[in-house]
Design a protein around this ligand. Structure first.
Ligand code: CP
Length: 315
């Protein structure tokens, strides 16, 4: 048994490297069913509850697709304005109700720490689908799955992470996980949006164990693009800025286009958790560099694997 049945996934640190590898090896077996090419009715009769207090396209719909591809069902809030949240019901009470309607809960919330709070109020598995500027661990699972597909391995891979590293929850989870796998990281961001010190320190602590990786705090994209095996681009997280003027100052300060990628390795893979705004020129979509739509599809088999394991349908 993997020991994943009944567990919460709130932070990527909740999973060991071996557990992540197990989830991703199960995910690889889920790809045909994720495409609808075979049947895997492992979760028939089971119900997944989605509590999305923030907008989502990929995370929400890929969890729904994953649950339905496994023969299970999904319940969700619909519009928050149609729920008792608008009457002031707390997250804790909301979770206490919904646990009695479902077998597992997926929570997205604007406040950091909210998924952990939800997990404290139910014995059902709670999966963090993004908590403010905190973590987005299932995005990290599918990102590592995509990097492994593209590069054959994660250890020794040079990953350049670009964008809003302060508020971007996907890169907080991803950087920690990649450092544990022995990838080397370079962080490049607008000056006010650097990676939080605690994440940099967490990466350094992993490298101190001697896994062969390293972390570089970069300044300009042009200085580092030639070394990158993977360029992971993120959007400026407009919704997290306390000051709209600060957002206007940093918006559109970087853009990845074919001219920039002419300085990169021909094999450099461009990933993005999406949605994108102007930070990746659509001309890249048709190039061999673009993996972000494949990455978005990978959310389905990876979330199928995670649901099947957390709900005890697979060892
Ligand atoms: N990558 C991601 O979290 O996308 P959504 O916000 O659309 O779920």
């Amino acid at each position: 048994m993997s020991g994943l049945a009944g567990r919460d996934v709130v932070s990527i640190a909740d999973l060991s490297v071996e557990e992540i590898q197990h989830i991703l090896s199960v995910a690889a077996t889920m790809v045909p069913a994720a495409r609808g090419e075979e049947q895997r009715p492992l979760l028939q009769g089971r119900i997944l509850a989605e509590l999305f207090f923030e907008p989502s396209t990929r995370t929400r719909m890929s969890f729904e697709s994953a649950m339905k591809r496994l023969g299970g069902q999904v319940i969700n809030f619909g519009e928050i304005s149609n729920t008792s949240v608008v009457k002031g019901e707390t997250l804790a009470d909301t979770v206490r109700m919904i646990e009695s309607y479902s077998d597992a809960l997926v929570v997205r919330h604007p406040n950091e720490g909210s998924a952990r709070l939800a997990a404290d109020f139910t014995d059902r598995p709670v999966i963090n689908a993004g908590d403010g500027a905190g973590q987005h661990p299932t995005q990290t699972l599918l990102d590592i799955f995509t990097i492994t597909q593209a590069k054959g391995k994660v250890a020794g891979t040079n990953v350049l992470i670009l964008g809003d590293l302060k508020y971007g929850r996907t890169v907080h989870s991803l950087a920690v996980a990649l450092s544990r796998f022995g990838a080397s990281l370079t962080f490049v961001s607008p000056p006010s949006l650097e990676m939080p010190e605690e994440i940099v320190e967490a990466c350094r602590a992993e490298y101190a164990g001697g896994n062969g990786g390293s972390v570089t705090l970069g300044t300009t994209l042009e200085d580092h693009i030639a070394d990158a095996d993977v360029l992971y681009v993120t959007r400026i997280q407009k919704e997290r800025f306390p000051d709209p003027e600060e957002y206007r100052r940093v918006a559109s300060t970087y853009r990845v286009d074919l001219e920039l990628l002419s300085k990169a390795k021909g094999s450099c893979a461009v990933l993005h958790p999406l949605p994108r705004l102007d930070e990746i020129d659509p001309e890249i979509d048709q190039s061999g560099h673009a993996l972000y739509f494949q990455q978005a599809f990978n959310g389905v088999p990876v979330r199928m694997a995670l649901l099947a394991l957390l709900l005890g349908a697979l060892p």
